[in-house]
Design a protein around this ligand. Sequence first.
Ligand SMILES: Cc1ncc(COP(=O)(O)O)c(C=O)c1O
Length: 419
Amino acid sequence: MADAPSTVAGERPGYFGEFGGRFVAETLVPALSELEQAYQEIVLSSEFQAEWRGLLEHYVGRPTPLTSAERLARALDPDGKMVRRLWLKREDLCHTGAHKINNALGQVLLAKKLNKTRIIAETGAGQHGVATATACAMLGLPCEVYMGAVDVERQAPNVARMHMLGTKVIAVQSGSRTLKDAMNEALRDWVTNVRTTHYCVGSAAGPHPYPVLVAELQRVIGDEARAQVLERGGRLPDAVIACVGGGSNAIGTFRGFQGDADVALYGVEASGEGIPSGKHAATLTAGRVGVLHGSRTKVLSDDNGQILEAHSISAGLDYPGVGPEHASLQATGRAHYLAASDEEALAAAAELALTEGLIIALETAHAFARLGDIARIEFEQRGRPVDLLVTLSGRGDKDLATYTAHGLGRHPAGSGGAA
Ligand SMILES: Cc1ncc(COP(=O)(O)O)c(C=O)c1O
């Protein structure tokens, strides 16, 4: 059971500083209010927590391990001057292959308790879609998942998995045909079917209460990691790092350490083909304040406030918004946000495979791409070798086609190996 629930103490409910809120069609307000009440009364109750945590333990496979990545640490820092220990929190070992299952099981369980008879979701990389399809199959609810047509193509294995789990995948043809458009369509469906349907949002984004609900369901990552690092290493890490799409694995990780003022928090988003190219998804690095999917947050927009198309090689980071709590953590300086390009993410994925035997998700690879820089920053500030912890949010099976298309599936000698 979580010791301190995720709340927005002392602020307007649903706001993190100036970010957050509930900018939605009137028809959705009662459903969001019902969900807010259910969050307080059901999700935070000891009965729900016991049932959900039982599923996490006996079905998902939690606690996930903490791995000490010694070869990667030495690859980043051959002399051992900057990096003392490098810990990996292994969400790739969750059932279905990513952290998304923690949230999906929690929300589908909640939907059952609210007597909803149908679940919808949006998905980018397909991991949230697979997680929701899995939770629905396991708990006996019908499920439909909206997915951009581009993502349907680049994440084909996950589409097949959803079909096998009995879920209908609806390919969205509008806009950039990626995650933003899938979320638009899911919201449209929800407006029409709100009485019977629960919308299982896949990240710590969207209108209140989703950002707090998802953060609460993902804090298991950070809570576990904190206890494991203390037990194994005897001290807290100096910095924790996670990739940021909508921001759920990052906020779940940060939750465990937010109260530890001396632990630096880093999120890494996607700079795609580079910020100057305009083809990126670096919302926190290069975006501005705006409203997207019911939330005031940082977005990619033009001078007229129109949302721009995002680009990332990784479907799960290809989103022109970000969860509002991240915008606030950036504004207050509590967390720092960096960006990694498509090329850098591919190189990091190659390096993880060769040094640690881990084929990681492309989303996750962005976090690893900035590790060397973060180690340097923290070492220079602290003047001693540092301990780092990275959330390995998912495994790379779904990305094998992209990896091989970029030469990573060839023999190391022929592929150029690690960068
Ligand atoms: C493995 C993995 N990591 C990270 C993400 C990004 O989402 P979030 O920022 O909500 O963790 C995704 C999204 O699909 C994902 O599949």
